[in-house]
Design a protein around this ligand. Structure first.
Ligand SMILES: Cc1cc2nc3c(=O)[nH]c(=O)nc-3n(C[C@H](O)[C@H](O)[C@H](O)COP(=O)(O)OP(=O)(O)OC[C@H]3O[C@@H](n4cnc5c(N)ncnc54)[C@H](O)[C@@H]3O)c2cc1C
Length: 270
């Protein structure tokens, strides 16, 4: 079974975002593997432990993404693909999906694993666009994977309002992974495996193939800023939240009366 994981590098969830002109200031960020993609990598490694085959991680981004690819390789993925070309800079989700799909078309994986969404731009669009471009079925927000013994299809589940939905999908398939996913009846994955020293040492020798615009067969005007149909025209921080009010050191009845008065007269919610 051939597995490809689409993995994005994102700013650490603790990074303080500063706006600089019409973009964000990337200086001083700690960059990490997108948290949902960590789960996707973990799923890829677990499936490969069961159905031995070929595992790939692919990332589109500048030179700084290489450590995230190495982390995935240290976690157990076998080979890396780095889509890196100045022409890719400023791509929107469509541009990114086109590039990823072009490479995936050649690679022909049985299972394409993605995160549910990237925690920086929060679009949750790339996996569905990849599925559409490759004319493949997709399970979004997947929380359960049970691959059939012949490795040719899977039973997949996702959470919906008040319940869950079950699918049976033949491969090839695009699966975007949610936190807590259960793989082949194992424990829910709330944390991906840690890249331990032997894995880190091995990862140094693993192959990372670089792919540029020409290798994708796409033209200059399909990607990057030129090809972006969505133009980001501005960023603004959220307005500061008013501090919460704490009621204490008074008689409970007095405090409850005051809270009710405020809910009625100020917040006007009752
Ligand atoms: C300098 C710069 C300029 C930009 N300009 C624009 C712009 O003008 N217009 C605009 O719409 N957006 C712009 N973007 C945003 C950017 O291209 C978004 O990353 C894109 O829109 C996809 O959205 P997302 O990252 O939220 O991905 P999502 O769709 O939320 O990602 C879901 C999953 O798809 C996969 N995935 C996503 N991205 C990648 C990747 N790069 N490599 C591998 N797998 C991936 C991962 O598995 C991820 O978990 C810009 C970004 C940068 C850095």
């Amino acid at each position: 079974m051939k597995i490809a994981v689409c993995m994005k590098q994102t700013p650490s969830t603790e990074a303080v975002i500063q706006i600089k002109g019409n973009t964000i200031d990337e200086q001083g960020f700690k960059w990490i593997m997108n948290p949902y993609d960590e789960f996707a990598v973990e799923v890829g490694v677990q499936l490969n432990e069961r159905f031995r085959g070929d595992t790939w991680v692919m990332t589109m981004g500048p030179d700084r993404v290489i450590p995230a690819i190495r982390t995935a390789l240290a976690m157990g993925i076998e080979k890396g693909i780095h889509l890196n070309d100045p022409a890719f800079i400023g791509s929107d989700a469509t541009g990114e999906a086109k590039c990823l799909a072009a490479v995936l078309k050649e690679l022909e994986p049985d299972v394409i694993l993605c995160g549910k969404q990237a925690t920086d731009w929060d679009m949750a669009q790339v996996p569905s666009m990849v599925a559409e471009l490759l004319d493949l079925p997709q399970c979004t927000g997947c929380t359960f994977i049970n691959v059939a013994d012949d490795g040719k299809s899977a039973v997949l589940k996702k959470k919906i309002e008040g319940g869950e939905e079950t699918y049976e999908i033949p491969f090839p398939v695009v699966i975007s992974i949610d936190k807590g996913v259960v793989v082949q009846g194992g424990d829910p994955i709330h944390e991906a495996r840690y890249a331990a020293l032997p894995g880190i040492m091995k990862a140094r020798k693993k192959e990372i193939k670089t792919i540029g615009l020409e290798d994708t067969g796409l033209s200059h005007d399909e990607v990057g800023e030129v090809g972006a149909k969505i133009k980001v025209t501005g960023y603004a921080p959220l307005p500061e939240k008013e501090p919460g009010r704490i009621f204490k050191d008074q008689d409970t009845i007095v405090m409850v009366k005051e809270v009710v008065r405020l809910l009625r007269e100020e917040a006007k919610v009752i």
